[in-house]
Ligand binder design. Sequence first.
Ligand SMILES: Cc1cc2nc3c(=O)[nH]c(=O)nc-3n(C[C@H](O)[C@H](O)[C@H](O)COP(=O)(O)OP(=O)(O)OC[C@H]3O[C@@H](n4cnc5c(N)ncnc54)[C@H](O)[C@@H]3O)c2cc1C
Length: 497
Amino acid sequence: MSCCSGRENAKVVIVGSGFAGLAAAATLVKAGFENILVLEAKERVGGRVHTTKPFTENIIEVGANWIHGRKGNPLYKIATEENLLCEGPSASKNMCLPRSVTPQDYFFKEDGKQVSTKLVDQVCSHFSKLTDKAFDDELKQKHRNLSLGAYLDDAFSEFPLAATEDGQQVFEWCKRTECTDEACSSLYEVSASQISYYTALEGGFFNTLGPGGYQAILDVLLRDLPSGTIQCSAPVKSIRWDLVRKGHCEDQRYPVQVVCANGQSFEADHVIVTVSLGVLKDKATTMFEPPLPKKKLSAIENIGFGIVDKIFLFFEKSFWPDDCAGVQVVWKEGPEDKDVYESQSGGEAWKKTWFKKITGFDTVARYPTALCGWITGREALYMENLQDREIGDICVRLLRSFTGWSVPEVSQTLISRWGSDSHVRGSYTFIPDGVDGVKAHKALASPLPPKDKCRGRKHLQVLFAGEATHVNFYTTTHGAYLTGVREAERLISYYTD
Ligand SMILES: Cc1cc2nc3c(=O)[nH]c(=O)nc-3n(C[C@H](O)[C@H](O)[C@H](O)COP(=O)(O)OP(=O)(O)OC[C@H]3O[C@@H](n4cnc5c(N)ncnc54)[C@H](O)[C@@H]3O)c2cc1C
């Protein structure tokens, strides 16, 4: 069993300080573990939660923005207890805007005409019904083996408005927007049946935090960690495990050694790896020694990790009507149109029209003179290589030509680059067409060495947490948090049993 008798002495290294890593650390500390070290590659904690104050006292969320769901959501609970939610009768999507009228989205077409609100409502609510069927596991047999895009095309074709040009174009917009929720390049690459394993918690999908943003929740977790628990700017290069075998290496007391890029090394009884799936895809074959088992490597390969980027445009003053919640762009031939998708699947023609993947520009809670554009997939990654200036100019041109409004130049831009961030390599997880998500999430989450193969070796040397390891709450902050708690509890019961 363990070389150290109790949990007070157990050495635990946690790799990564996102919600998964911090939740694991906080849970272990609360349970009496005294030797916890969190190694974080970046110079800041939080990972894909990144609250900034770029130009004024108002915050901008470069990463996660909303708490998805209330009932059973540990982060909603913390936010409520600590009074961190946006004030107002209901802390939901647009409630933070100081508007006197109900905000609404303005849908514009390429010719500058607005699509009627009635048509937009009809198409969008039908689209929601169709996606709900997939989420609620109510797909007809003929749709079960299709991609989400192919299922939606087939089901939507029976809807009367599918016969109209505007109906088809708004439908394409709906698919393009759904790519943001699925973090994918295209819905034609996502499994239709597997999304039923994603569980949406009750109580509203878009709960907004107050002036402290997501950082305020991170601060609650950080508050309980002894100083020195977290070491930032410490990228882990390799994790050597299985160092103690029965009858071997008597002087080797610890089964795990974690080595940082700067040469610092730490011995440990256990390491909890919380790096993103994107980082695992990039580094899993070189980071672990001995290598990870085949099952885990296949899970890392098979689960999808897509890119969602935000394009923040800051203006001297707002130029949109008071009741505008966002300008949505509706193309004649958008990238999520089946024919366009198929014609662009090979080749590089899509690079010339990367901006067509932008869904629109939403107003920003707490920032009345800013708009936030959303873009996903390969187009997002392509955009990440462009200069901010060029991206800003293209967005202004789009806004001008679609709305016909007098749109000033942007005064500042802030553009996320999650795909090229070497410590993240994407935004969040999706299940590609043809992949068994539950099996893959479970393989990703299973600790090493596997219990049935321990043969006298130490158990629970390398544990895995992080958003991608949750079967039902993958993609979310609360999913990440709960996986951290899960792995901490695994260790707590190891030292209790
Ligand atoms: C643009 C965007 C919008 C989002 N919006 C929402 C939202 O509104 N609501 C929601 O619930 N979720 C949202 N998410 C998803 C949410 O942010 C993530 O699911 C969650 O934060 C993941 O937490 P994690 O701890 O699993 O991983 P991460 O936050 O990625 O943490 C992993 C940490 O490991 C560190 N690391 C990586 N490699 C190494 C290494 N070699 N050595 C040491 N440290 C390393 C990283 O720097 C990082 O800090 C969004 C994400 C993005 C990108």
